[in-house]
Design a protein around this ligand. Structure first.
Ligand code: CP
Length: 306
């Protein structure tokens, strides 16, 4: 039995296979329409979500399976003090696979250690969000045609943004990927990514504060929101929340084929006027999230479709 806790749980070759499968699902959805008939996905979300939970549910429904679960801790027996370990043992009796989101780092790992079914980390605190990374990799590979030889700017809340941490971990395995880390001083990338991941692997990166200083060089700009829920005080959040706003004027500095990605939800960091720019790919990215989660469910359940 296999779980997904981090994008590194798959080798590069396995990731390529998974992304190929997602592309085939995109092209031939009918072929997969009954692949999970009789199977059940449990979505156990202790934190709010729109995309991750609903795209998992859409993915399982597209595969002909069924879904069950809860969308907030307060509507589960966590409100009565039940542990994640006990909950997953019980869910193992009801479902074939489980996607779990929890505010505590490591909660999905704890669940996987007690589970009798495959567990997918759908976000654990400020730590990792591997299925967002699969979505991001599929989007970049599908729209740019490659994951190597790119300069990617990661902009915004690099301290608390778990999607950024997961994406860096995944992209360092491809050749000639250059990272431009764009953030205010207080939201810089944590040292466990800067030192233990980037420097430890001799990966080229630079840290800048002004988005304008990076724009002209980027193949991909990955915007993030400031993570209000992880701040200790509201004043700091209010001071930093509008630090970066991507506007049409700033887009004029960018390459004609630069992609703008964002894991969403967006708050103010991308002006809605940018949505009509052909380089804005964040809604396509949400669609790719369904294909890649379909591919992931099939892979973890060991289901092959000929
Ligand atoms: N990108 C993402 O994780 O969105 P949700 O929080 O809506 O699931």
């Amino acid at each position: 039995m296999r779980h997904l806790m981090s994008p590194l749980d798959f080798s590069v070759e396995e990731l390529d296979k998974l992304l190929d499968l997602a592309n085939d699902i995109e092209k031939n959805p009918d072929k997969y329409a009954h692949a999970c008939a009789g199977k059940k996905l449990a979505t156990c979300f202790y934190e709010p979500s729109t995309r991750t939970r609903l795209s998992f549910e859409a993915a399982m429904l597209n595969l002909g399976g069924s879904v069950l679960g809860f969308s907030e801790a307060g509507s589960s027996s966590a409100a009565k003090g039940e542990s994640v370990s006990d909950t997953i043992r019980v869910i193992s009796c009801y479902a074939d696979i489980c996607a779990i989101r929890h505010p505590k780092e490591g909660a999905a790992l704890v669940a996987s250690q007690k589970s009798l079914i495959p567990v997918i980390n759908a976000g654990d605190g400020g730590h990792q969000h591997p299925t967002q990374t699969l979505t991001d990799l599929l989007t970049i590979r599908s729209l740019k045609g490659r994951l190597s030889d790119i300069t990617i700017g990661l902009c915004g809340d690099l301290k608390f943004g778990r999607t950024v941490h997961s994406l860096i971990n995944a992209l360092i395995r491809y050749k000639n990927v250059h990272f431009v880390l764009i953030s205010p001083e207080e939201l810089r990338i944590p040292s466990y990514i800067r030192d233990d991941v980037l420097r430890a692997n001799q990966v080229e990166f630079e840290e800048v504060e002004r988005l304008e200083d990076a724009m002209t060089r980027l193949d991909v700009l990955y915007m993030t929101r400031v993570q209000r829920e992880r701040f200790f005080n509201e004043e700091d959040y209010i001071r930093l929340k509008d630090y970066y706003i991507l506007t049409k004027a700033k887009m004029e500095l960018a390459k004609e084929d630069m992609l703008v990605l964002h894991p969403l939800p967006r708050v103010n960091e991308i002006s809605v006027e940018v949505d009509s720019d052909p380089r804005a790919a964040y809604f396509k990215q949400a669609q790719y999230g369904v294909y890649v989660r379909m591919a992931l469910i099939l892979t973890l359940l060991g289901i092959q479709v000929d």
